[in-house]
Design a protein around this ligand. Structure first.
Ligand code: ARG
Length: 459
């Protein structure tokens, strides 16, 4: 049934049932209910202030809208999905409740600026929520970093052990990523925070609307400045979903490392039972499903971004119905990323780090080979030659299944007489890490300064 269509006047026939269903958006835009009411409250207050509506009409409409909001919240009034969209539903219920005054709510407004406003209000909350969730994640990361400034582990390039560092330092890379993500949220909020209400269908209106007033009412920094752009701009959504895609890329890389570290071969970490799942056939299994799902859902969020970019690419100005397709993609991205950050944070917070395994892996992996070469340089050997000597030393160790610092001095001296007793101190894991003190390096003193700065970010 075509319920109280907002546009029946010009038509002589009922809309085809399938057309009606295909065209309707209430199934997903019902999420914008609160924003729709808020926008209407601002609009009607402004119409009253401007004398476009009488005081009495303004009061009736305002009270009607508030009663609808309360009744939906209380569950007394259900959102009827037979209406075309959330805007039609609210207007129909309003008119049912207060009579003719309800029909004046839409004065000087189009669904085009209305939906542009609702979506912006909704997205603004999502941007703020994402920033908060990222802050929670950063706090967990910070705690683990503070506790692990001397937890030695191998650093990798090509997934091959490279040089030793600390767990705090490794996690610090993710702190940087999620901190940038958080800053992106702030940038997006600042850029999107302008109010499209009053743009009308595309060309503004002839009513003396006060757009500054409604913008301020809803916490915007001002009205948007071009009415065509106001109703057809979805850049803020694209920016937000792009930023969300980058968040997912970061979460996905981190998930990949967690999966590797949690494997039997590495055993650097143990994921808490509460964040693992089992196998229906293999009783021994404890799988890192949450990390895998986060990695998998990254593709889904990229898909949402691609969908919206593609929807927008060929649209002539101004509003086109294609733009209704922004919602499902955007909502899916918002929901997916929020769940992923929350679950990932919980998983990270409860992971057990096996410090012994990490340190052992760093020693066993010749991560101190660069430092052994630097040691020889300190004894006057040119670096290229030192590189070659240590290469031979490593090969010698591999054949005997030993580490550099496990090799007796006389055997080292067979390869180069420059090795002396102080080599052991020079290539100890502790020395290798703690001597790396440039800004951003893993040495404890360098890390401490950085952690101090990070603490400031979290205030
Ligand atoms: N459901 C529509 C959307 O999401 C609302 C705007 C409809 N405007 C129109 N001229 N049909 O975009």
């Amino acid at each position: 049934m075509n319920m109280a269509q907002l546009w029946g006047g010009r038509f002589t026939k009922e809309t085809d049932k399938l057309v009606y269903a295909f065209n309707a958006s209430i199934g997903f835009d019902k999420r914008l209910f609160e924003q729709d009411i808020e926008g209407s409250l601002a609009h009607v207050a402004m119409l009253g202030k401007q004398g476009i509506l009488s005081k009495e009409e303004t009061r009736e409409i305002t009270q009607g809208l508030i009663s609808i909001r309360e009744d939906v919240k209380k569950g007394v009034l259900g959102i009827d999905e037979n209406y075309e969209d959330i805007h039609s539903f609210v207007e129909a219920v309003l008119t049912e409740r207060i009579g003719d005054a309800g029909k004046k709510l839409h004065t000087g407004r189009s669904r085009n600026d209305q939906v542009a406003l609702d979506m912006r209000l909704y997205t603004r909350v999502q941007v703020e929520t994402t920033e908060d969730l990222l802050t929670q994640l950063l706090k967990v990361l910070f705690r683990i970093m503070e506790e692990n400034t001397d937890t030695y582990m191998p650093g990798f390039t090509h997934l091959q052990k490279a040089q030793p560092l600390t767990l705090a330092h490794h996690l610090g890379a993710y702190f940087e990523m999620f901190h940038r993500d958080r800053l992106r949220m702030r940038d997006i909020r600042a850029r999107m925070n302008f109010c499209p209400l009053g743009a009308g269908a595309l060309a503004g209106t002839t009513y003396p609307l006060d757009r500054e007033y409604t913008a301020e009412w809803m916490g915007f920094d001002g009205p948007t400045l071009n009415s065509m752009d106001s109703v057809s701009d979805r850049d803020y959504l694209l920016e937000f979903i792009s930023a969300l895609s980058i968040v997912m890329m970061h979460l996905s890389r981190f998930s990949e490392e967690i999966i590797i570290w949690n494997s039997d071969e590495y055993k650097f970490i143990e994921i808490d039972d509460a964040y693992s799942t089992g196998s229906s056939i293999m009783p021994q299994k404890k799988n890192p499903d949450i990390a895998e799902l986060v990695r998998g859902k990254t593709g889904r969020v990229y898909g949402d971004l691609m969908a919206l970019l593609t929807v927008m690419k060929g649209l002539p100005l101004a509003y086109n119905k294609d733009m209704q397709e922004d919602k499902e993609a955007a909502f899916d991205a918002f929901d997916t990323v929020k769940d992923c950050i929350v679950l990932f944070t919980g998983m990270l917070d409860t992971i057990k780090f096996r410090k012994d395994r990490m340190a052992e892996s760093a020693v066993r992996g010749f991560t101190n080979a660069t430092d052994a070469a630097d040691y020889l340089v300190g004894k006057g050997v040119p670096f290229r030659e030192a590189h070659s000597i240590v290469g031979k030393l490593v090969l010698y160790c591999i054949e005997r299944n030993m580490s550099i610092d496990g090799l007796p001095l006389d055997e080292m001296q067979k390869i180069s007489d420059k090795f002396e007793e102080d080599i052991y101190e020079a290539v100890s894991l502790k020395t290798c890490v703690e001597k790396r003190l440039t800004v951003g390096a893993p040495g404890r003193e360098a890390m401490k300064k950085v952690l101090e700065i990070y603490k400031g970010y979290l205030k």
